[in-house]
Write a protein that binds this ligand. Structure first.
Ligand SMILES: [Zn+2]
Ligand SMILES: [Zn+2]
Length: 404
């Protein structure tokens, strides 16, 4: 058929692969016994993942991360700050103006190495997804979204989430979406890219008038170099699971479809849970899993599946974090828990000793019923006013109708 147009070979797509970045050395990121971000949360998460047979498993590989070089960290952080982190790790007196040695970020001996390992893992996850080595990649130790170019902040030393986005750009991506589901504003990531039109940052969080870091209002829509590049959804304290999903559904899919990213980096901080001691939001593991399902679906709809998922905040370290992040991995692996899947008894016995909360006996959670925005909204309701504020501020800059 010499005159026929060359036909596209009918080759099936390669099977999806999931890359889980993990090493027990992640547990070295430890601010001490008094600090809310206990490494127990990671230990219990991976123990649950293993006992459920999720990783390693067919299609899910476990890869040991490398410690990022100073050069790689300097794609986000100032060299003088990296040098300061190295110095305090070696015993120097910390400079609190750099956020080091503070109540939020006390110094510990492995601080540089442990932080650089998390950063390196998220960069690896980004590179693997962009190259096609993996369809989805997950670093539950990551999501350190508050770290600033020249300072530690909010339990975060090196901003691996920003590092992952930077790595994607460095490797050739032209449109990267960052989705931050943590109860706190993803300020460090937004700041890193607020003047870069190649990056859209979306953050849903508790109203910054009432919670650290005090930024992330609806009217914050990006820097002068990239208007519309930031979308901030600031929700009233006490927003529940249904309200949280209603708000996300009213904004996130519209913004992402308008932006048309090639790849999504998401941060799954689970501190919006009603049992979390550090926020006043009242979501549930079920809602957090639903949000992960949505991000996953958007990655397949818009990005050929390319999805990097990170951990983040989460201070109900026994009762919530392991269930939330095991759920993210199960979702990425396309292996959601069947109804009645038991929590592995050995895991449950071990974890139950660490908490007075009664732990769940099954891995599945019922779907959260919520009223979609498309069915109407009520300006008399505080949540709906917050959602409409975001739509009004951000949507026109994305070419979207805020009232539709
Ligand atoms: Zn948080
Ligand atoms: Zn998938």
């Amino acid at each position: 058929m010499p005159d026929a147009a060359p036909s596209v070979p009918d080759v099936p797509p390669p099977p999806e692969t999931v890359r889980l970045l993990w090493t027990y050395d992640f547990l070295d990121y430890d601010f001490g016994i008094e600090h809310p971000m206990s490494p127990v949360r990671l230990d219990l998460t991976i123990a649950l993942v293993r006992e459920l047979g999720l990783a390693p498993s067919e299609g899910v590989t476990v890869v040991e991360p490398v410690i990022a070089s100073d050069e790689t960290i300097a794609r986000i952080h100032e060299p003088a700050y990296i040098a300061a982190v190295r110095a305090v790790s070696a015993g120097a007196v910390p400079d609190e103006s750099l956020g080091l040695g503070t109540q939020d970020d006390p110094v510990f001996p492995a601080m540089h190495e442990a932080s650089a390992r998390i950063y390196g893992a998220s960069c690896d996850a980004a590179a693997a997804v962009w190259s096609g080595a993996a369809t989805h990649a997950i670093n539950v130790a990551g999501g350190m979204h508050h770290a600033m170019p020249g300072a530690a902040a909010g339990f975060c030393v090196y901003n691996d989430a920003a590092g992952a986005v930077r790595r994607l750009l460095d490797d050739g991506a032209q449109r990267v979406a960052y989705v931050d589901l943590d109860a706190h504003h993803g300020d460090g990531v937004e700041l890193a890219f607020r003047d870069d039109p190649r990056v859209l940052t979306f953050s849903v969080h508790q109203n910054p008038m009432t919670l650290f870091p005090g930024t992330g209002f609806a009217t914050d829509t990006g820097g002068p170099g990239a208007p519309g590049s930031a979308v901030n959804l600031a929700l009233p304290p006490r927003t529940d699971a249904a309200g949280w999903l209603r708000a996300i559904d009213a904004v996130l899919p519209h913004a992402l479809r308008a932006f048309a990213p090639e790849v999504i980096v998401s941060q799954h901080g689970c501190d919006s849970h009603r049992f979390d001691p550090l926020s006043d939001l009242r979501t549930s593991v079920a809602a957090q899993r639903t949000a992960a399902v949505w991000v996953h679906e958007l990655a397949h709809e818009l990005c050929g599946g390319r999805w990097v998922a990170l951990g983040g905040g989460g201070y109900a370290v026994v009762r919530v974090v392991p269930f939330a992040w095991t759920g993210v991995l199960a979702e990425a692996a396309h292996r959601p828990f069947a109804p009645g899947t038991p929590v592995p008894p050995a895991w449950r016995a071990r974890a139950q000793e660490m908490t007075e909360d009664v732990l769940p006996t099954t891995m599945d959670w019922p779907d959260v019923e919520f009223a979609p925005w498309s069915a109407g909204y009520d300006p008399g309701v505080e949540l709906d006013r917050a959602v409409q504020a975001t739509r009004s501020a951000a949507f026109p800059l994305l070419g979207l109708d805020p009232h539709h």
